[in-house]
Design a protein around this ligand. Structure first.
Ligand code: TYM
Length: 329
């Protein structure tokens, strides 16, 4: 473990985990788990920057953890934890807030967009990236795999770390974003011009990891395609079919060409049926493991272990920061 580079990432429980999260993020973490000392957490403190019904949050937190593991995140190779279990993270965040300029935080694109959507936005929406910096910096992460939308936040974390180091002495490692482009981006089945998102309002375009086989099949069979009759990869002109091909190649070892060849002269119905079977098969296996885990002691143990380990790391970092800043008796 010791000489491996460290990698950390989190997902907000603001909607149910989707096939898009699985292919775009979780499968990528699974692939990297041999090479890196990996930390994966549920960013529940980030979720509440926009109001979440407590019942939903309670349900999703456990679901997310059980699904991470059911998807192949190995608890022996990853540190898996719940952000709010670690009370030192918000404490670190406060110390970092005092090394962050209002101008910097208010220039973040996500803040600008989200604060426009609702005039009554919370202060947490503004300080969100500083909490994210605390997540990243207390672990001394080398890399932070995120989508392009979070790149700016990781860069801010790096700027804050650099400033803190200059002001108080070497304290933090400077993290680098690892933009997850290796994983294909799965699109909404109803509107393939946008990504499949856990916060999407129309559930028919989104496959959730806990959907039933009937729901999955129905959603795939009614996916938006085009008026041609050719299974061909052409994201610009045939975004619906290309999205389904992307799902196929992500879940098998087939290449785009092999998928195209399999369906020469066949209609879209046959192709969709094939995709639905592939997805049902994979999600079915994930759900079997999920059922074993969701109410198990194993899951509790994993969370307790993750909490204990990351609390110690965060406490050590917090104490080091206090010392350096003069916050001592
Ligand atoms: P969340 O749950 O919103 O997103 C989880 C991951 O999915 C990526 N993603 C996208 N990628 C490309 N295009 C998009 N439109 C898109 N939407 C979402 C996100 O980049 C992310 O990688 N703030 C984080 C959670 C977090 C975190 C952290 C991540 C909290 N602390 C520390 C890394 C390190 C977030 O937005 O999650």
């Amino acid at each position: 473990m010791e000489n491996k580079k460290r990698l950390l990432t989190g997902l907000k429980p603001t909607g149910d985990l989707t096939l898009g999260n699985y292919i775009g993020a979780i499968m990528q973490m699974v692939k990297r788990q041999e090479e890196f000392d990996s930390y994966l957490f549920v960013a529940d403190l980030h979720a509440i920057t926009i109001h979440q019904p407590p019942e939903e949050l309670r349900r999703r937190i456990k679901e997310f953890i059980a699904l991470y593991i059911a998807c192949g995140i190995d608890p022996k190779k990853n540190t898996i934890y719940l952000q709010s279990d670690n009370e030192f993270i918000p404490s670190i965040s406060w110390l970092l807030e005092c090394s962050t300029y209002y101008g910097e935080a208010s220039r973040m694109i996500q803040f600008k967009e989200k604060s426009k959507q609702n005039a009554n936005f919370t202060l947490g929406l503004l300080t969100y990236p500083v909490l994210m910096a605390a997540d990243i910096l207390y672990v001394d992460s080398d890399y932070v795999p995120v989508g392009i939308d979070q790149k700016q936040h990781v860069e801010l974390a790096r700027d804050i770390a650099e400033r803190f180091n200059k002001m108080y002495g070497e304290t933090f490692k400077l993290p680098e974003p690892l933009i997850t482009e290796s994983g294909v981006k799965i699109k909404d089945l109803k509107d393939p011009s946008k990504k499949m998102s856990k916060s999407e309002e129309n559930p028919n375009g989104v496959i959730c990891l806990l959907d039933t086989k009937e729901q999955i099949t129905k959603k795939i069979m009614s996916a938006t395609t085009d008026s041609e009759m050719q299974v061909k990869y052409d994201p610009e002109n045939k975004p619906g079919i290309s999205n389904l091909i992307n799902i196929c190649i992500s879940l098998t070892n087939d290449t785009i060409q092999q998928v195209e060849e399999k369906f020469v002269g066949k209609n879209y119905g046959e192709f969709k049926k094939y995709v639905a079977e592939l997805v049902c098969d994979r999600i079915g296996k994930i759900q079997e493991r999920y059922e074993e885990l969701i109410n198990s002691k194993e899951l509790e143990d994993i969370l307790n272990e993750g909490a204990a380990k990351t609390k110690q790391l965060a406490k050590d970092k917090y104490e080091a920061m206090r010392q350096k800043m003069g916050l001592v008796r």
